[in-house]
Design a protein around this ligand. Structure first.
Ligand SMILES: Nc1ncnc2c1ncn2[C@@H]1O[C@H](COP(=O)(O)OP(=O)(O)O)[C@@H](O)[C@H]1O
Ligand SMILES: [Mg+2]
Length: 389
């Protein structure tokens, strides 16, 4: 980012400091990236100060901040999603589990940095998850839990922009959450992604728009919590059609990287139109028909304790072939690029198919010298199998 912009150390939790900075610098648009400040109402503070802001306020951000809130909204608006029960203590949780039976999904209600969900194949696993939540493993985020029907199918992500009344489809992507090849090992923030996700056909996208997104936006507006920003839907494509797994209130990582590589419209103009309530006046976003695919290079130990400080070289060679390397967790130490996070680089490439984008992305990965890093070697595998027919 420092190559393109001036970096400023601001605490996003200090709303007054953020507002003062924006007023002082006459900032024309704030885009709130992470979920914490959204759920914490930073967008409300900025809008109250007259600063145009992309992202939902505190009330609408409950879509991501409370899994129970979203399930209740789905129930009120008749949105397709798995059956569920909300519980606020261990005894009720265990009793509810007995009614569901395994497999079953147990979720901490609040923000848990991607670690609050257990997909339990057996009852003991599910019971253990309930006990952990109510023993305080997730703090306040685990004051409540949601027990959910297990949905079977392939997952895909879909994104839409809204200013609170106009809704425009953005793009689709497919993430790879597990740390290991073949979707094995523990969950991560995402080890790679590609866009578009062709498994989400135009017909399925239309169904998602009318049956899930439109009633969500309308219900929130009708209930006095208008949503502005991007809606990120986690979907399960079941035999009964697409079902909502969850909403996020932001562009996720690494889905964002692959969608941005395909976007041909002016992103700033789109986001500003959302903030400014005139999304309907713009032409819909245009995307390249190409596929973009990104491979995450992580530091050894991730998603546990990642090894910090590993040296990285070869980014220039990797990009010489047309790939783009996003820095996620890097720092400069005495002029040497080093790892400073769990997920360190997003090595991203385009192609006319997933197979081609995959080949190009891994050629770029192989040009990078990061001895204390690792990556999955199979990003995009579901679609590559389908392309090879
Ligand atoms: N009802 C469900 N049935 C099957 N799998 C689920 C269900 N809910 C969640 N999952 C799995 O768990 C993952 C994490 O759940 P999600 O609700 O997206 O929580 P978060 O992203 O906040 O950790 C999903 O990506 C999906 O793989
Ligand atoms: Mg999720």
């Amino acid at each position: 980012m420092a190559r393109f912009a001036e970096l400023v150390a601001l605490d996003a939790g200090d709303h007054d400091a953020v507002c003062r900075f924006c007023e002082g610098q006459r900032i024309g648009l704030v885009v709130i990236g992470p979920e914490g400040p959204l759920v914490d109402g930073l967008a409300d503070s900025l809008r109250d100060a007259g600063v145009p802001t992309f992202g939902p306020g505190r009330a609408a951000a409950q879509l991501e901040g409370s899994k129970g809130f979203t399930k209740d909204l789905c129930a009120r608006a008749n949105i397709p999603t798995g059956g569920y029960v909300r519980v606020d203590n261990e005894a009720d949780g265990l009793a509810a589990l007995a009614r569901f039976g395994a497999p079953v999904v147990v979720k901490a209600d609040g923000l848990a940095a991607g670690k609050g969900v257990t997909v339990a194949m057996t009852m003991p696993e599910a019971e253990e998850a309930i006990r952990e939540i109510f023993a305080g493993r997730f703090g306040e985020a685990g004051a409540e839990a949601v027990i959910e029907e297990f949905l079977d199918g392939e997952e895909a992500s879909f994104f839409a922009l809204t200013d609170g009344h106009t809704i425009v489809p953005f793009a689709s992507a497919q993430d790879h959450k597990r740390v290991g090849d073949g979707d094995t090992g523990p969950n991560t923030g995402g080890m790679g992604a590609y866009s578009p996700a062709r498994v989400l056909t135009p017909a399925l996208e239309a169904e998602v728009m009318t049956r899930i997104i439109a009633p969500t936006v309308k219900t929130l507006a009708d209930e006095g919590m208008p949503y502005t920003g991007v809606l990120f839907l986690g979907l399960m494509l079941t035999r009964q059609g697409p079902q909502l797994i969850e909403y996020n209130c932001r562009y996720g990582d690494p889905e964002c990287q692959v969608m941005m590589l395909r976007l041909e419209s002016d992103l700033g103009e789109l986001l500003f139109a959302c903030a400014d309530n005139r999304l309907g006046a713009l032409p819909p976003p245009r995307f390249s028909a190409d596929t973009a695919l990104t491979v995450v290079m992580a530091a050894e130990g991730y998603p546990g304790t990642p090894k910090q400080g590993g040296s990285i070289a070869g980014i220039g060679q990797a990009e010489a072939g047309g790939a783009l390397v996003f820095h996620a967790g890097t720092a400069l130490k005495d002029g040497q690029l080093v790892a400073s996070g769990g997920r360190v680089l997003n090595v991203t490439a385009r192609g006319t198919s997933v197979s081609e984008a995959q080949t190009r992305a891994y050629a770029a990965v192989d040009a990078i010298d990061f001895p204390e890093g690792f990556c999955r070697r199979d990003i995009g595998w579901r679609e590559v199998v389908r392309e090879q027919g």
